[in-house]
Design a protein around this ligand. Structure first.
Ligand code: PLP
Length: 375
């Protein structure tokens, strides 16, 4: 890491107000203790119970738990039959593994622009990227706001390709009456500690197809159909029982975590709505935004505004530097001017559910002060 900003982000852990702070308490401790005492630490009843509860919450018939979101994505791509020679259209404004999990199965990510209001995939641009080799389109629900799923579903139907969801950031989000995770052929979620609910590490694939769910379970567990009978190439991508037990408790808290964040978003909009030169996150009609991220668009002096936050001990970050600009993709990087423009202005500030009223106030004050100084 060469520049000063990255150094600070990489090495500082002394922020007074951190970007993420999991809502973990006594119930989770108790749940882990029960698992440890039971002696069943993997492949057990907690994983099954977490899967059933998660599927129920998101309205899918099945959910399959994984060690983390990135392998859940890889497994989802594999059961979707995506492999060498296939292209999948993904927004560039996402975490890198939406695309690198495609590389892991030998497929090619084709990067699409995002919409300026939601930072979600631009359906018109995605349509232009469809070729004979396109196998699927990936909807990423940026920061917890659903992408335009009805339009993406029509596009997928018209082009005879699959719709998949990277709902890593969007547990409990919905569009109209329907939760994310069940709009397409499959959906994926992550439980890393920055997400609204966490299991430390963890992932889930949601799907409405029990045969495909069984395939996912085979992939997860060495392709093993019975003890030491390996019918196909598999992996060890299992979630531990400790993770699943935490997940079950976290899932019960999801609604209140999201409600709290939505109240805080309303408070921020009220407090800062009049502030010029900065755009607050906007919830689009019919969407239920779960605010995993609170991403501002700062018209001028974004880096100065970010450093102002960091100097005050408030963690702030660019979520995400576009994937197509990563060195990994330098030999095939398309030109995505709108995504690059958005990336030069965006800034995410702390918005976890444990923020106190004083901390929220301080974040708002700090933003006002920084905008006055730099924008
Ligand atoms: C967090 C995240 C992932 C990866 O999940 P891990 O559990 O960290 O592997 C994938 N896609 C998006 C959009 C994410 O935010």
């Amino acid at each position: 890491m060469r520049n000063r900003r990255s150094d600070r982000l990489a090495y500082r852990s002394d922020f007074r107000i951190r970007l993420a702070r999991p809502s973990i308490g006594e119930e989770e401790l108790h749940a882990i203790e029960e698992v440890l005492k039971s002696g069943v630490l993997t492949n057990g009843p907690a994983t099954q119970a977490f899967e059933r509860a998660f599927a129920g919450y998101h309205g899918t018939s099945e959910a399959v738990a994984f060690a983390n979101g990135t392998v859940a994505l890889t497994a989802m791509y594999l059961v979707a039959g995506i492999g060498p020679g296939d292209e999948v259209i993904v927004p560039s404004m996402t975490f890198v593994s939406s695309a690198t999990s495609l590389l892991h199965v030998g497929a090619t990510p084709v990067f699409a622009e995002v919409e300026p209001e939601s930072f979600n995939i631009d359906v018109c641009h995605a349509k232009q990227l469809v070729t004979k080799r396109t196998k699927a389109i990936l909807a990423v629900h940026y920061g917890g706001q659903p992408a335009d799923l009805p339009a993406l579903r029509s596009l997928a139907n018209d082009a005879d390709i699959m719709l998949l969801e990277d709902a890593a950031e969007a547990h409990g989000a919905s569009l109209g009456a329907q939760m994310v995770g069940g709009w397409g052929a499959a959906g994926m979620f992550s439980f890393t500690p920055t997400k609204n609910i966490t299991t430390g590490e963890g992932g889930m694939v949601t799907i409405n197809d029990s045969e495909a769910a069984n395939e996912l379970r085979l992939l997860r567990n060495h392709g093993q159909t019975s003890a030491y009978c390996h019918e196909r190439l598999g992996y060890n991508w299992r979630m531990t029982e400790m993770q699943a037990a935490i997940g079950l408790v976290q899932l019960k808290k999801l609604h209140s975590i999201v409600e709290r964040k939505r109240e805080n978003a309303a408070w921020m909009a009220n407090r800062l709505g009049g502030l010029a030169s900065v755009r607050l996150p906007a919830e689009l009609p019919t969407r239920r935004h779960v605010y995993m991220l609170y991403t501002l668009m700062v018209e001028k002096g974004r880096d100065n505004v970010m450093n102002h936050f960091l100097d005050k001990g408030i963690e702030a970050r660019i979520y995400f530097p576009p994937v197509h600009k990563q060195p990994l993709f330098s030999d095939q990087a398309p030109c995505l001017p709108r995504t690059e423009e958005i990336a030069s202005r965006m800034l995410s500030v702390p918005f976890h559910a444990r923020l106190t009223a004083n901390e929220l106030e301080e974040i708002a004050d700090t933003l006002e002060c920084a905008i006055e100084k730099y924008a």
